[in-house]
Design a protein around this ligand. Structure first.
Ligand SMILES: C[S@@+](CC[C@H](N)C(=O)[O-])C[C@H]1O[C@@H](n2cnc3c(N)ncnc32)[C@H](O)[C@@H]1O
Length: 465
């Protein structure tokens, strides 16, 4: 790898409120090559597959394989990983994920969360809690798969650079090793980037840990760093992945943006994606910063998830609600219902409007001619053939939306108050990350509050969505 001053234009430094970050060591023009990571320096399915072959019918996913490798070569007390392959890189990974909500949720699931972790969980909005439950399920499934795999291939564990591990340690109920595996899993989930190894672009194999780049922090607007996806002269053959024959996946080149030049000593950000703050907190353990009033005024793109509330609307209608839910599922409109502060005017998503229209359909029976006729009308609106189901239905769903906004604002007001009560004490103590995390949680509640208020104001103002 070229680490000469001309080949490596970045370095790792402390970044306030974000651990480490990537900084420019010199100024450079637009579209400069900042650094190049050789294919063999990255940890992914291609570089690891030779070390982790199938054990009978058991084959690890990319996520599980990288997690297992990091667990087997986790740095110990001296902070150094003795992995002969990627030891120096693994030694640069964060030492712990104490501030990550998934850590608290996994511990809580196992019954060993600390009082602080329980307290923080109790302060989170319900939408975050349900997203966290999903992450816990995924982690536990991966932990289960890793335990099964190591039981079937105990020699894999003998290759660990850790002297404290034997294959019998990989037991579901071994909390200490589960914690090591969680450290590894969170490294994978917070640091892996897209890297094409399979020709199907959405394949879960298309991910990698990538030294240096993984010190880049996120910002929501323009990215400083552009990843240039390596291509190969040799296209992959069908089913080649996992068998050591990869057409894709060469050296990874990272360039500066074509829009702005880079200034010496500036922090270089990578846009992780257009993620909501809810998703950022659950996946990465932080949220974007924004100032009070910015969501309300449409200057910041706030989002509220209303899954639980809409589900309740359908549940409250009994048999009719169940039949309507089936219709939404068949049409692919069940779930993923949100409200947004941007673009102005603040508005419900199209999916949410469609679900609300259906939830307010004026039908008393869950089948029959009247039911089918009403559905036909709803479908006509969905397909853009009609403007509305009826004037009554239009009024009913807007009323239901307004009521939802009022409830969200009410709950968010109590949520904010509970966090604000704790904030001064935590900030005054000045120690650790809890004050910083409470700030993140307070902003999440405030986002719910401001978006709900803004959407309510759109509804009251008669905005046509
Ligand atoms: C790919 S790593 C970036 C490097 C990381 N800051 C470190 O110290 O190793 C992603 C993690 O960095 C942190 N991070 C990234 N962007 C951030 C931001 N804008 N604000 C706060 N933390 C951020 C989060 O902890 C996230 O999970």
């Amino acid at each position: 790898m070229d680490v000469s001053p001309g080949g490596l234009l970045v370095e790792r430094r402390d970044a306030e409120g974000a651990g480490k970050g990537l900084f420019a060591t010199q100024s450079c023009p637009r579209s400069s090559t900042l650094f190049t990571i050789p294919a063999g320096a990255m940890i992914n399915l291609r570089t690891l597959s030779p070390l982790y072959p199938a054990a009978g019918k058991l084959l690890l996913t990319a996520n599980q394989m990288i997690t297992l490798h990091l667990t087997l070569h986790m740095p110990r007390e001296d902070g150094v990983s003795h992995d002969p392959g990627w030891g120096p890189y693994i030694s640069t990974l964060p030492q712990d994920f104490e501030s990550h909500p998934v850590t608290w949720a996994v511990r809580n699931h196992g019954g060993f969360a600390s009082p602080t972790e329980e307290d923080l969980l109790s302060l989170l909005p319900p939408t975050i809690l349900s997203a966290l439950s999903g992450r816990v399920r995924l982690f536990m499934a991966d932990w289960h798969a890793i335990c099964q795999y190591t039981a079937a291939a105990p020699n894999i564990v003998s290759a660990s650079s850790r002297t404290d591990l034997t294959s019998s340690d990989f037991r579901l109920e071994n909390h200490n090793l589960l914690e090591d595996c969680l450290w590894a899993w969170l490294n994978v989930n917070t640091r892996c980037i897209y890297y094409q190894l399979d020709s199907a672009t959405s394949a879960p194999e298309n991910m990698t840990l990538c030294p240096i780049l993984d010190f880049a922090n996120h910002r929501p607007n323009n990215t400083h760093i552009v990843a240039v996806q390596p291509t190969s002269l040799f296209p992959p053959t069908p089913g080649s992945l996992g068998k050591g024959r990869h057409g894709l996946g060469g050296d990874y080149i990272f360039m500066s943006s074509s829009e702005t030049p880079v200034h010496k000593d500036e922090e270089l950000f990578l846009r992780y994606g257009s993620h909501s703050n809810r998703m950022l907190l659950v996946e990465y353990g932080f949220g974007n910063l924004w100032d009070e009033g910015e969501c309300r005024d449409g200057k910041f793109g706030g989002e509220v998830d209303v899954q639980d509330m809409v589900e309740k609307l359908f549940a409250a209608r009994g048999a009719v609600g169940r039949a309507l839910k089936e219709v939404l599922e068949t049409e692919g409109y069940w779930g993923d219902w949100t409200m947004h502060s941007q673009p102005v005017p603040a508005h419900p998503s199209y999916r949410l409007i469609s679900a609300l229209r259906l939830s307010q359909l004026a039908v008393d029976e869950s089948e029959g001619e009247a039911f089918e006729r009403a559905l036909e009308r709803w479908r006509a609106v969905l397909w853009g053939q009609e403007e509305q189901v009826s004037a009554e239905n239009e009024q009913a769903w807007r009323d239901a939306l307004l009521l939802m906004c009022e409830r969200i604002a009410e709950t968010a007001t109590s949520g904010m108050a509970a966090v604000r009560e704790r904030l001064p004490r935590e900030r005054a103590s000045g120690a650790g990350w809890t004050g910083w995390m409470l700030g993140n949680i307070e902003r999440l509640w405030r986002e719910e509050y401001e978006v709900a208020e803004a959407v309510a104001s759109s509804v009251r103002g008669g905005v046509e969505f």
